[in-house]
Design a protein around this ligand. Structure first.
Ligand SMILES: Cc1ncc(COP(=O)(O)O)c(C=O)c1O
Length: 388
C-alpha cells in the first residue's frame, strides 16, 4: 500500500531562521505577510530522511566527512532511474550549492570579459555569477507565445557566437518550462557548433508534472563532452538548508579545472546532515516525491484555474515543472511599484517581483505554490481582493 504523507499541515516557520518567514521585514519592510516567495516548500521533509538524520544525530561526533560508496551509488542510481543517464562515480563533484557551482564554473572555465549567455527572465543569481566575476552578460530573451515561453533560436545563435559559456536552466525558473528533447537537441547542437561550454542547472529536474518529461541535457548525443550538470535534492526534497549538491562533469579537462578549485577551497567536505539526507532522499525518497508531485500538481491546477476564472486581468503561465508559477499582471496597467504596493500593503502577500529575473520580467510576479492547500487558497483570496 502507498504510504500516506501529510502536506496539509500548516507549520509555523517563524523564528527558525527561515529566510522566507524571518526575512520578510528585511526584504518587504513588513513582517506580517503571507510568504510565498523564496523557492523552498512549507512541507515537512520525508519521514525517511528525518529518521536517517535523527539516527546520524544520535552519533555524537561531527568531525570531517568522507562520502562513502553508498553516497555516490545513490546519486548514480537516481540519475539512471529518473533520467536514464548512466554516470560514473569519478564524474561527480560535491559542492555546497548550485549557485556556488555556477560561480566556480565561471571562474575556472572562462576569462574576465568572456561572454556568458542566459535566457531571460531567469533565476537572478545567474546574472550575479556572470557580472560579479567581470564576465559579459549576454541575454537570449524567451518569447511568450500565448501562455507558453519558447526559445527564439535565431537570437540564441547570434548570441552564442559571442559566448564562451551558456547557463541552461532546465526546467526553467521562473517560466516553468520543462524543455522538450527537440528543444534541447537544438540547443546542444548549436553549443557544440560554437564551442560553448554548457552549465545545465537541473535543480528542478524532479519536479515535472504529468504530460512532461525531464531530459538530462548531457545524456543527449555527445553533449556531455561540453556540459557540467548540476543536481541536488534541495528543491524536490526541501533540503536547501543542508547545502549539498552534486555536479556531474564527464569531460576530464573541464572536470579537473573545476575540481582543482573545489579541492583548494575545501568545498567538497560538506556537512554530515546534508550527506545523510541526500543519500536517503535518493535511496528511499521516491514514494514521498511521487506523493508530493501529485499534491503540487493539484495546487498548480487550483491556482491557475482560480486566476483563469476569477481574475481576468491576470494571466497564469501554467508551469510544466517547478513549484513556482509566473503570473502576468500587465493587463492591470499597473507599474511594478504599484503592483508591489498592492501586494504588500493591501493584500499582505510576499511574492517575488518579476523584474528580479530581468527587465523582461517587468509586469509579472512569481508565486511559490509549494505550501499547504489552505495557505494557497488564502493567497488566492488575497489576490482576488486586489485584482478582482
Ligand atoms: C534554477 C535554480 N538554480 C539554483 C538554485 C539554488 O541552488 P542552491 O541553493 O543549491 O545554490 C535555485 C533556487 O531557487 C534555482 O531555482
Amino acid at each position: 500500500m502507498q504510504p500516506r504523507y501529510d502536506f496539509d499541515t500548516v507549520i509555523d516557520r517563524k523564528n527558525t531562521g527561515c529566510f522566507k518567514a524571518d526575512g520578510l521585514k528585511l526584504l518587504f519592510g513588513k513582517a506580517d505577510l503571507l510568504p510565498l516567495w523564496v523557492a523552498d516548500m512549507d512541507f515537512a521533509i520525508a519521514p525517511e530522511i528525518l529518521e536517517a538524520m535523527q539516527a546520524r544525530l544520535s552519533h555524537p561526533i561531527f568531525g570531517y566527512n568522507l562520502r562513502l560508496d553508498a553516497y555516490y551509488e545513490s546519486i548514480i542510481n537516481w540519475v539512471d532511474r529518473r533520467y536514464g543517464w548512466q554516470i560514473e562515480r569519478d564524474w561527480i563533484i560535491s559542492t555546497p550549492g548550485i549557485v556556488t557551482a555556477l560561480n566556480i564554473a565561471v571562474v575556472t572555465l572562462t576569462e574576465p570579459g568572456d561572454g556568458i549567455l542566459v535566457q531571460t527572465p531567469v533565476y537572478d543569481p545567474f546574472f550575479e555569477a556572470v557580472q560579479a566575476n567581470d564576465r559579459k552578460l549576454l541575454t537570449n530573451p524567451l518569447s511568450l507565445q500565448g501562455s507558453r515561453y519558447e526559445i527564439d533560436f535565431d537570437d540564441f545563435e547570434v548570441k552564442l557566437k559571442q559566448a564562451k559559456m551558456f547557463f541552461l536552466c532546465s526546467p526553467h525558473n521562473p517560466v516553468g518550462r520543462a524543455w522538450s528533447e527537440t528543444e534541447l537537441l537544438k540547443i546542444g547542437r548549436l553549443c557544440r557548433k560554437y564551442k560553448v561550454i554548457v552549465v545545465a542547472d537541473e535543480i528542478h529536474a524532479d519536479l515535472v508534472y504529468s504530460g512532461n518529461t525531464h531530459r538530462a541535457f548531457a545524456a543527449l548525443e555527445d553533449f556531455n563532452q561540453f556540459t557540467l550538470t548540476c543536481y541536488s535534492p534541495s528543491k524536490s526534497f526541501n533540503l536547501a538548508g543542508l547545502c549539498t549538491s552534486a555536479i556531474v562533469i564527464s569531460n576530464p579537462k573541464l572536470r579537473k579545472s573545476f575540481n582543482d578549485y573545489v579541492q583548494t577551497m575545501h568545498l567538497y567536505l560538506g556537512n554530515s546532515f546534508g550527506i545523510t539526507a541526500l543519500k536517503t532522499a535518493y535511496e528511499s525518497g521516491y514514494p514521498w516525491l511521487q506523493a508530493l508531485l501529485k499534491y503540487l500538481e493539484q495546487n498548480r491546477d487550483m491556482l491557475c484555474d482560480y486566476i483563469d476564472t476569477k481574475l481576468p486581468r491576470l494571466k497564469a503561465i501554467k508551469p510544466e515543472a517547478t513549484f513556482l508559477a509566473w503570473i502576468d499582471c500587465r493587463s492591470t496597467g499597473l507599474n511594478d511599484q504599484a503592483i508591489s504596493d498592492l501586494l504588500i500593503n493591501q493584500a499582505g502577500l510576499a511574492l517575488n517581483p518579476g523584474k528580479t529575473y530581468g527587465t523582461d520580467g517587468s509586469g509579472f510576479v512569481r508565486i511559490n505554490f509549494g505550501c499547504p492547500r489552505s495557505v494557497l487558497s488564502l493567497a488566492c483570496d488575497k489576490l482576488f481582493d486586489i485584482f478582482k
